[in-house]
Design a binder for this molecule. Structure first.
Ligand code: ADP
Ligand code: MG
Length: 623
């Protein structure tokens, strides 16, 4: 190989800039941090074209004096630290002194700023980091930073920018995190003249949560505070009840000394503290602030500074866990009982036509949680811990029901034959549902005319049926939707709001009619026929947030198939769900009518056949 000479790289600053600034959201982050560091009370974020053409951040902070305006745009200049020693007692968000230099290298900038002492402000216009115009202007105190045409001089980077949806999603995420971290500041955020967020100064985190996530979420969050004995850590924030647990852990926010961070260690500690209260694949929803002496933390590990290095990770884990766990036990563990009691359904049998017995009413009450309140009253009078009452009540209920079903047939069907040197075996249930009701056993003939038995994956089958339903729906001119008896009022987060507004007509095609009610609220009027007319708002919210997540990186049409798969999966019979004989019959008829009955929405098999001939071979009956 021929060796090339070492030489200075031309326009190295553009390459270096790429490390800090990958996308518009990074610019927004740096500018908001500068405004906070400048002591602003109000921060306005005005975005055009998802930040690709305009990012403007206006604050009412201390401003920059005329003689320092230009220096601010030089690399490694900062008013915040003087040497590396200052990092040990860092009080500001910024410290590298390279954000403005990096942003200026890859965009056109117009900055206007005025300090208290100066009557007139200064305005600079920069291109590729060079000042091309400087003048005095009259302006309010503070700084107005306008970043235009980001990456205009690095086409390669510009090409890698994602759709407006995605880029705006990232920006919104940043704005939300800073609004959470600073409830005492007023955040005002507008995209293409549409106001996405107006989170007034409140001093109260719960009010901020209300503005960001809506009333229903705010209601389910409980203020939390903890300091350990050694005064090593101070934890505070809001912990969400298990009812509002999320699919994605990204929804929760962790702040370390008011800085938004991503930390596996801290998240795990909290998640483990919620153990026993959450359903599978759910993550707790929380907003947690950690305050630790800055000398125990190193922020200086990543140019985007989202990751941190703790001096002692195990210590952090155990401190967070020990702080959060008792609080959760006190507030939410009672709800855990409500989940457990749903298992009682199994004792109820499937016959819903007969009038409800007292015991069945008792179960419904436990499931809906209403007895929990009742128990609290009886708890006082009996002076017993609530757990023991709950258990004895359950025993009572269980006893009644087992008696009801204990005829000979169920005994024979449900009891395992347990013998030494023999597998544990029981008869198949009368509906033929196998393996925790995941599969259904069927007998018949395959398309080649061979006799044998089939194993049907009930979830896969149902998913296929729903998928074909949605595909039909998209093709047909008359839309198969139904009016909800009571239109649902749904509150969404700012990024979900934007996504919904952008894609109202696409949702309509799928059978969902949403109407913007104002703010973060939508009214849902119609749902596709496959959904229940009495659909639960939390299911709809989950659907919206999941679809927003799927659609984040692409346009709606690009991910339409994925969204249909998602809806199909969501709407389907689950593995483990009890099916009566008539349900199974209906499932089979609908499956038989599908264009591709043999694959679920995701392409996995629905039905497997084993011929009796193979069975005979297996048992060596044929030679
Ligand atoms: P850093 O924030 O790490 O110091 P930056 O490049 O982001 O570096 O900013 C350089 C300097 O410009 C800051 O230290 C600060 O003095 C000044 N500055 C930047 N933005 C503002 C603002 N919005 N208000 C007041 N001063 C600002
Ligand atoms: Mg900065």
């Amino acid at each position: 190989m021929e060796r090339k000479k070492i030489k200075k790289i031309v326009h190295a600053e553009k390459i270096a800039a790429g490390e800090v600034i990958e996308r518009p959201a990074n610019v927004v982050k740096e500018l908001i941090e500068n405004s906070i560091d400048a002591g602003a009370r109000e921060i306005k974020i005005l975005i055009k074209n998802a930040g690709k053409t305009v990012i403007e951040v206006i604050d009412d902070g201390v401003g920059i004096p005329p003689e320092e305006m230009e220096i601010a745009f030089h690399r490694h200049t900062s008013s915040k630290i003087r040497s590396i020693k200052d990092l040990e007692s860092l009080q500001t968000l910024g410290f590298r002194g390279e954000a403005l230099a990096s942003i200026a290298a890859i965009s056109k900038i117009q900055i206007t700023s005025r300090t208290e002492e100066n009557e007139l402000g200064t305005q600079l216009i920069l291109e590729e980091g060079k000042v091309i115009e400087k003048k005095s202007v009259s302006c309010p105190r503070g700084t107005d930073m306008k970043v235009l045409n980001l990456f205009y001089n690095i086409p390669a980077r510009k090409k890698f920018l994602k759709s407006n949806n995605t880029e705006l999603g990232h920006i919104t995420d940043i704005v939300q995190r800073y609004a959470l971290a600073n409830p005492e500041l007023h955040f005002y955020y507008v995209h293409d003249d549409m106001q996405i967020l107006n989170c007034p100064l409140s001093n109260d985190l719960k009010t901020t949560v209300f503005h960001l996530y809506g009333k229903n979420i705010a209601r389910e969050m409980i203020p939390f505070e903890y300091t350990d004995k050694e005064k090593f850590i101070y934890l505070h924030g809001l912990l969400g009840s298990p009812k509002i647990a999320r699919k994605s852990r990204k929804d929760s926010s962790i702040f370390l000394n008011k800085r938004y961070i991503i930390s596996d260690i801290v998240f795990k500690a909290v998640q483990e503290a919620y153990k026993g209260t959450l359903m599978v694949n759910r993550h707790p929803f929380f907003i947690l602030f950690l305050e630790i002496d800055p000398s125990h933390v190193d922020f200086n590990v990543h140019p985007k500074k989202l990751l941190v290095r703790f001096e002692d990770e195990e210590l952090i884990h155990s401190k967070v866990h020990e702080g959060v766990r008792p609080f959760l036990k006190k507030h939410f563990m009672r709800e855990e009982k409500v989940y457990v009691s749903t298992e009682l359904k199994e004792f109820m049998g499937t016959d819903s036509s007969s009038p409800k017995s007292n015991t069945e009413h008792a179960i419904e009450e436990i499931e809906s949680g209403s007895t929990v309140i009742k128990q609290e009253t009886s708890m006082d009078s009996l002076n017993l811990p609530p757990e023991s009452i709950q258990t004895s009540l359950l025993d009572h209920v269980r006893g009644g029901l087992t008696q009801k079903k204990s005829n000979l047939e169920t005994l024979i069907r449900e009891k395992y034959i347990v013998e030494k040197n023999f597998p544990r075996i029981k008869l198949i249930s009368h509906t033929g549902q196998l393996s925790n009701k995941k599969y259904i056993l069927l007998e018949g003939m395959n398309q080649e005319g061979e006799e044998g038995f089939f194993i049907l994956d009930q979830h896969a089958a149902s998913e296929r049926i729903t998928k074909e339903y949605f595909l039909e729906l998209l093709k047909s001119s008359k839309k198969q939707k139904q009016k909800l008896i009571v239109p649902l009022k749904i509150e969404v987060s700012p990024s979900e709001k934007y996504y919904l507004l952008e894609n109202l007509s696409q949702f309509q095609e799928l059978g969902f009619t949403f109407e913007h009610f104002g703010g973060n609220t939508f009214i849902l009027r119609d749902v596709p026929l496959v959904f229940d007319k009495t659909i639960n708002p939390s299911i709809i919210k989950e659907i919206i947030s999941d679809i927003t997540e799927i659609g984040k990186e692409h346009s709606f049409s690009e991910v339409k198939e994925e969204i249909i798969n998602y809806l199909s999966c969501h709407r389907s019979i689950r593995g483990g769900e009890d099916l009566a004989l008539k349900d199974i019959h209906e499932l089979l008829v609908n499956l038989a009518r599908c264009k591709d009955p043999f694959h679920c929405a995701h392409g996995r098999p629905v039905l497997k056949f084993i011929s009796f001939k193979e069975l005979d071979k297996l048992f060596k009956r044929t030679g």
